[in-house]
Each structure stands twice: as C-alpha cells, then as structure tokens.
Write a protein that binds this ligand. Sequence first.
Ligand code: 3PG
Length: 308
Amino acid sequence: MKILIATEKPFAPVAIEGMKKVIEEAGAEMALLEKYTSRQELLDAVAADVDALIIRSDKVDAEVMAAAPKLKIVVRAGAGYDNVDLEAATAAGVSVQNTPGQNSNAVAELVFGLAVFMARNMFNGTSGWELKGKTLGIQAFGQVGRNVARIARGYEMNVSALDPYCPDDVMLEAGVSPVHNVEELYATNRVVSIHIPATAETRGSIGYDLVSTMPKGGLLINTARKEVIDEEGLMKALEERADLKYAADVAPARAAEFEEKFPGRVFFTPKKMGAQTAEANINAGIAAARQAIDFLTTGADRFRVNKK
Ligand code: 3PG
C-alpha cells in the first residue's frame, strides 16, 4: 500500500511525522510531495503505484485520477472539498473523504484575529472599536460556525446564526439566536462571519444586496471561500459605504483593485491561513492518514462525500 501526501501548502513537520507513524505502523509506505509548482509534478507523483492520496486545497480532477491507475481513495485533510471533482472520482471508482471538524478551531480563532485587527484599524495607531457587546452573525452553523460562537461568548458578543440545515435547538443550546433568512442576518449584525461551502448554489451569493444593508461600521469576515462572494457587488457596496470593511482568508480574484480602492478597509491573507496551525495540521493530517489506512484495509467509508 502506498499513500501519497501531496500538498502545495505543506503541513507542519510535526504533522508529517505523526502521519508517517500511522502509515508505517499499518505496514504502508508514505510518499511526500510538498510545495509543488506544476501540475505535472502531481501527475508524475500519483502515477503507477499510489493507492491513496492525501491532499489539502490541491486540485484533484479527472486528469489526476487518469494518471493514477491504482488510486482508490482521496482524503481531503480538511473540511471543504470544492477542489475535488467528485463526479470524476465516482466515475473512476475512487472514494473521496474529508476530515470534518479537525481544523475548525483554527479557522474560528483566525476569525477573531481578523475581527480585532480590522476593528482596531489594522493597528495603525488610531482609535478603533471593541467586539464586546456588538452583534455577530454567523452564516452557517457547522463545525467552524459553532467554534466561532463558542469563542464569541468570551468576547461577550450578541451572536445569531443562519443555517437551514441546523435545527434551532442546536443554536439555542449554544446561546445563539437562530435567524431564518440571509437578509436579516446581514441587516442586523455589525460583524458577519461567513462559513458556507463553495457550491453551485452559494457561488457569488454574497454581494451588494446583502453587504450594503449591514449596520453602520459593518465588518464582513470571510474565512470560507472567495468564490461565495460576488466581487462586483461587494465592491459597489464598499464604494457606496465608506464605513464598511472586508477581511478575507484568502484574497479575492480582484484583490489588487480592492486594496487600491479601499486602503485600510480591506485585508487579505496571501495564502489561506485558517487551518495553518500545528494543531490543525496534526488533527486533520493524522485523521486523513487513519481514514486512508482504514479504507484500504477495511473499506471503512464513513466520511465519504462523493456518490458510489
Ligand atoms: C478547509 O476547507 O478545511 C480549509 O479551508 C483549510 O484549507 P487548507 O487545508 O488548504 O488550508
């Protein structure tokens, strides 16, 4: 059994050590491809003898599957799997799994790093504002959203959340007020934090109509995916409302234009940083290694996200 870890953005070395241990203790071989700069390197690495592939935001499509005749499973060490072509995987008889929850605290902590940074005017010496007592709207109450709510309690924020797939009870138990439409979420919260996946439904779904209704001094934080934003609409809202701010992990396609037009009001991480902690790398990386081994040895397919 050969398991390839292929990550353009590497895991922390301590996570790789842990993954190696799990893989080798199961009698399998680990191969490592990090910081690759061309697609060909990935295609060459999966070729011939790789049974399982562990990735992060790395793009895996029909071409990758075709280059990997023995591939049986792709584990996305992380939550979002919009980087994997699920239909192509199903067609190739490959299981795709993610590792839900393993990096969610890391992403949630970054939300507050960004929130304080923006509320304090990027630490530029001018007077900012405090999170305490402010309203926070969480868009999607999955694993990350729930961690955001937990941390927000420490800041004494008033938290509400929108999630059509989550029962109100779950939110109420977490001290969060359920909101049932997206318009209300944006219109009533000083800070909105986005945690929806990038899907056909959500792509480009957050734009002018929502952002322009945010309360005075509104701050939009996106640690989900850049694709969920309608950049044209967001730009229009920021143009019209000089009080609004936007912080994102990771940069929009038109980042340079945003930065030029709205200095001090927008901030983007240069690379996706949400899950980039030793802890998240260890949690997600080791879970991915275990899931790959379990699948190859027992067929365990609990975290499968594609159709059979
Ligand atoms: C995820 O979906 O798990 C996060 O966006 C983290 O992505 P990354 O592993 O590429 O940092």
